[in-house]
Design a protein around this ligand. Structure first.
Ligand SMILES: Nc1ncnc2c1ncn2[C@@H]1O[C@H](COP(=O)(O)OP(=O)(O)OP(=O)(O)O)[C@@H](O)[C@H]1O
Ligand SMILES: [Mg+2]
Length: 414
């Protein structure tokens, strides 16, 4: 018999057969098509929207066949680290060259091959275990030295093993890694690789950063924008999981749960898990009206205490319009995580049902960036358009849930 945590996985991508996964419609189809066509999908969207889950789920068969190389975060990595991960996945023991890496990677020729490196970056030897495990008739490259990110020997190995390489959290990548990755992706497409695939996950700006390095990659990259879950998607996620657990849920609770979680897949998972845990203790197994409220309260108490405290401290204000609160709610509702004053004025005006001016918002906005109010908002560094954003990206989904919860009477007003 399945238990709730076998089905709902708030902390990780749902990959096992029993774990519920909500299909993502068009972005998911675009992703599959890009892979099929040998293009490089770059999935972007705001914090926690389901980028990693979409990609990992779509590539499950590759993963099960041992063909997936997943670089979980680009943070603090160089391209040599990425190649090392690939080679180790293929059963090589990798030694780094001790000389500092001085290879000029920006001098790629039209063919995509980088200029010859003087010093190999890595040398790799097949482990005896891997050699023994090789199937009959398989020709193995036992030893190789890698000179440049675009080294065709590495590409050949990737192609032969039909690998899929995911580089996740690309927004944390260094400019050097982006440059090398661009060169690599281009070399792979020039080769052309029939089976080897590269998948990039990050934010919207990553695509522009990649293209800026080299307009030539533009034609290889397919940008896939992922937005929050629709209410129907959230609803069916909960419904499907509860069905697998043989738990009955009143339709009104399903609707409400979908509204309150405001499109955040992690919140849907969390709330569903909590409700299921309450329900499986009853006979018959059934979710009750109050369970949603308890689930949300538990979420705030255990997971979002810090966010709740930061929000109430920052939003607390007097005055008929409560501008600080309005600004925070507006920032949570806007599509773009990076907010311009113009967009803020429009959204706050909409919320209040009257035209506000940027002059009236600038003092409360400044207050939200101050230490006194916990610096909940910060300026985007070096942004020519003067945009600002939440210091903590998890504040956005939380505030959307809070607002929906207030409307549903599950939260008291801040
Ligand atoms: N399609 C989905 N079906 C079911 N659950 C999902 C789905 N997408 C995401 N989730 C849930 O939401 C959580 C967050 O999703 P995920 O880590 O994929 O988002 P992300 O966009 O990669 O986040 P980050 O911006 O932190 O990298 C997952 O751990 C999973 O529990
Ligand atoms: Mg992710």
């Amino acid at each position: 018999m399945l238990t709730p945590k076998d089905v709902f996985t708030p902390g990780r991508p749902p990959l096992a057969r029993a774990e519920v996964y909500a299909h993502r419609g068009q972005p998911e189809r675009d992703f599959a098509l890009a892979i099929e066509r040998g293009l490089v999908p770059i999935v972007h969207g705001e914090f926690g929207v389901g980028k990693t889950s979409l990609a990992r789920h779509a590539l499950l068969s590759a993963e099960r066949a041992g063909r997936l190389v997943n670089v979980e975060s680009a943070s603090g990595k160089s391209f040599v680290d990425v190649i090392k991960t690939i080679l180790e996945h293929l059963g090589y023991e990798v030694t780094r060259s001790r000389t500092a890496h001085t290879v000029e990677t920006s001098t790629t020729t039209a063919g995509g091959e980088a200029g010859l490196a003087l010093v190999p970056l890595l040398s790799a030897k097949l482990t005896s275990q891997r050699a023994r495990a090789s199937s009959k008739g398989e020709t193995l490259v036992r030893e190789l030295a890698v000179g440049a990110p675009t080294d065709s020997k590495v590409l050949e190995l990737c192609e032969r093993a039909r690998l899929v390489l995911i580089v996740d959290e690309l927004h944390a990548a260094s400019p050097e890694l982006l440059a090398d990755l661009t060169a690599f992706v281009k070399a792979a497409s020039n080769k052309p690789c029939k089976h080897f695939r590269v998948v990039l996950l990050g934010t919207a700006r990553d695509a522009t950063r990649l293209v800026k390095h080299d307009p030539g990659v533009d034609r290889i990259i397919v940008e896939i924008a992922l937005t929050t879950l629709s209410e129907a998607e959230s609803r069916s996620l909960v419904e499907e999981g509860m069905r697998a657990l043989a738990v009955e849920v009143p339709p009104a609770v399903l609707d409400r749960a979908a509204r309150v979680t405001a499109g955040s897949p992690a919140l849907v998972q969390w709330v569903a898990l909590e409700m299921a845990e309450l329900a499986v203790k009853r006979t018959p197994r059934r979710v009750e009206e109050d369970d949603l409220q308890r689930a949300v309260a538990n979420y705030v108490r255990t997971k979002a205490k810090r966010l709740e405290r930061a929000y109430t401290a920052a939003a607390e204000s007097t005055g008929a319009r409560r501008y600080r609160k309005q600004i925070l709610l507006a920032m949570a509702q806007l599509d773009d995580e990076l907010v311009t004053m113009e967009a803020l004025v429009a959204q706050v005006s909409k919320q209040l049902g009257e035209q506000v001016t940027s002059t009236s918002l600038s003092a409360p906005l400044r207050a939200l960036k101050s230490e006194e109010h916990g610096e909940i908002v910060r300026d985007v560094e070096g942004d020519a358009r003067g945009r600002f954003t939440f210091r903590d990206p998890s504040m956005r989904p939380f505030l959307r849930m809070r607002e929906a919860g207030e409307r549903e009477g599950l939260f008291s007003e801040a």
